[in-house]
Design a protein around this ligand. Structure first.
Ligand code: NAD
Length: 340
C-alpha cells in the first residue's frame, strides 16, 4: 500500500466507493470535499458517515479552488498518491452554470497539479470522462483516437485536464494517469444521473424523460469494476522516458510519464433496455415522455479497453442485469421504498 494517499471528492459517488475500498484493505485515506449543493448534500453526508467509521479515514472540508487551503493541505501531508475525483460533473448543468466548471475543473485542477509539483507526489490519477470523445462516430472509442472536438463545456474541461496533466508530467516528471470513465452507476449513486432520475420517476409515478426519443446507447460501467481498475492502476505509475534527467525539459525528446485509459464496460446498452430492467426491478411500468436530442449529448458511447486489459489484466465485467439489480436494491433501502 501507499504512504499518504489523498482522495479528492471523497463524499461523491466514485470517491466514496474508492475510499471505502481502500480503507477496508487497510490503506489510510485522507479525503477532501466541499460538500456542495449540486445534488442533495444529505447523500454526501450519509456517505461520509460511513467512511468516518473507519479509523484510517481523515476528512477535511475544502474547496479545490481555495489556493491557500490546497497549498497547506499538500504541504502538511506530502501525498505519495493523489486520486483526484472532485469536479463539477454533469453535461447538461454545464449549459446553465459554466463558471462552476472553470472554478472546480480548471482552477481547482491547477491547485492539485501545483500541490503535486511542490511535494514530489509519486502518482496522480485523475478523473477524465468518455465525454472527451465528443461526437466521435467511430466505435468503440479508443484512447488513440483524436479527441480535439468536445461538444460540451464539461467535456472541454476534462480534455483540458488531460492536457494540463500532460504538461505537468512533462515539465516536472509527475507520473499522471487519466481515467476516462464511461457512465458509471451503482449503489450510493448520483441523483442527477439519468438512471437515478428514472428510478425517482418510476417510484414517484411521474413520467421519465427520454431524450432523442430514447434512441441512445451507453456503455454503463458498474462502480465496483471502476474501483477495481483504479486500485490496480494506483500501483502502476507510468514511467515515461527514464533517460531524461535534466532540470530543464527538452520538449523534443522527453516522453512524459503520462497515460490515459478508458474505464468502460465495452458493452453499450440500449437505454430502453435499461429502463425495462428498472421497471422490472421496481415492479412498475414507467410512463415515457419522448423528447428531442439535448445539446451536448452524444448518441452512443462504447469503450475500447484493450490497453487497460493488457496492462492491468482486468476489464470491467459486471452485467447490466446484475448492476441494475444492486442499484435497485440500494435505492429501495435508502429511500425506504415499499415493495409492490
Ligand atoms: P460526484 O459529483 O458524486 O462527486 C464529486 C465530488 O466532488 C462531490 O462530492 C462534490 O461535492 C465534490 N466537489 C465538486 N467540486 C468541488 C470543489 N471545487 N472542491 C472540493 N470538492 C468538490 O461525481 P462522481 O460521479 O463521483 O464523479 C467523480 C469524477 O468522475 C468527477 O470528476 C466526474 O467528472 C468524473 N466522471 C464521472 C462519471 C460518472 O458516470 N459518474 C463519468 C465520467 C466522469
Amino acid at each position: 500500500m501507499a504512504g499518504n494517499l489523498l482522495v479528492t471528492g471523497c463524499a461523491g459517488f466514485i470517491g466514496f466507493h474508492l475510499a471505502e475500498h481502500l480503507l477496508r484493505a487497510g490503506q489510510p485515506v485522507i479525503g477532501i470535499d466541499n460538500l456542495n449543493q449540486y445534488y442533495d448534500p444529505a447523500l454526501k453526508h450519509a456517505r461520509l458517515d460511513l467512511l468516518k467509521q473507519h479509523r484510517g479515514f481523515t476528512f477535511l472540508e475544502l474547496d479545490l479552488a481555495d489556493r491557500a487551503g490546497m497549498k497547506a493541505l499538500f504541504e502538511r501531508y506530502r501525498f505519495e498518491v493523489v486520486v483526484h475525483l472532485a469536479a463539477q460533473a454533469g453535461v447538461r448543468y454545464s449549459l446553465q452554470n459554466p463558471h462552476a466548471y472553470m472554478d472546480s475543473n480548471l482552477e481547482g485542477f491547477l491547485n492539485v497539479l501545483e500541490g503535486c509539483r511542490h511535494t514530489a507526489c509519486r502518482h496522480l490519477l485523475f478523473a477524465s470522462s468518455s465525454s472527451v470523445y465528443g461526437g466521435n462516430t467511430k466505435l468503440p472509442f479508443s484512447v488513440h483516437d483524436n479527441v480535439d472536438h468536445p461538444v460540451s463545456l464539461y467535456a472541454a474541461t476534462k480534455k483540458a485536464n488531460e492536457l494540463l496533466a500532460h504538461s505537468y508530467s512533462h515539465l516536472y516528471r509527475i507520473p499522471t494517469t487519466g481515467l476516462r470513465f464511461f457512465t458509471v452507476y451503482g449503489t450510493w449513486y448520483r441523483p442527477d444521473m439519468a438512471l437515478y432520475k428514472f428510478a425517482d420517476a418510476i417510484t414517484g409515478g411521474k413520467p421519465i424523460q427520454l431524450f432523442n426519443n430514447g434512441n441512445m446507447r451507453r456503455d454503463f460501467t458498474y462502480v465496483d469494476d471502476v474501483v477495481e481498475a483504479m486500485v490496480r492502476l494506483i500501483g502502476r505509475a507510468p514511467e515515461g522516458d527514464v533517460n531524461w534527467s535534466g532540470a530543464h525539459p527538452d520538449p523534443g525528446s522527453s516522453k512524459a510519464p503520462w497515460r490515459v485509459y478508458n474505464i468502460g464496460n465495452s458493452r453499450p446498452e440500449e437505454l430502453m433496455h435499461v429502463v425495462a430492467l428498472l421497471e422490472q426491478g421496481f415492479g412498475r411500468q414507467a410512463e415515457k415522455q419522448l423528447l428531442p436530442m439535448q445539446p451536448g449529448d452524444v448518441l452512443e458511447t462504447s469503450a475500447d479497453v484493450s490497453d487497460l486489459e493488457r496492462e492491468i489484466g482486468f476489464r470491467p465485467q459486471t452485467r447490466i442485469e446484475d448492476g441494475i439489480a444492486k442499484f435497485v436494491a440500494w435505492y429501495r433501502a435508502y429511500h425506504n421504498v415499499d415493495r409492490t
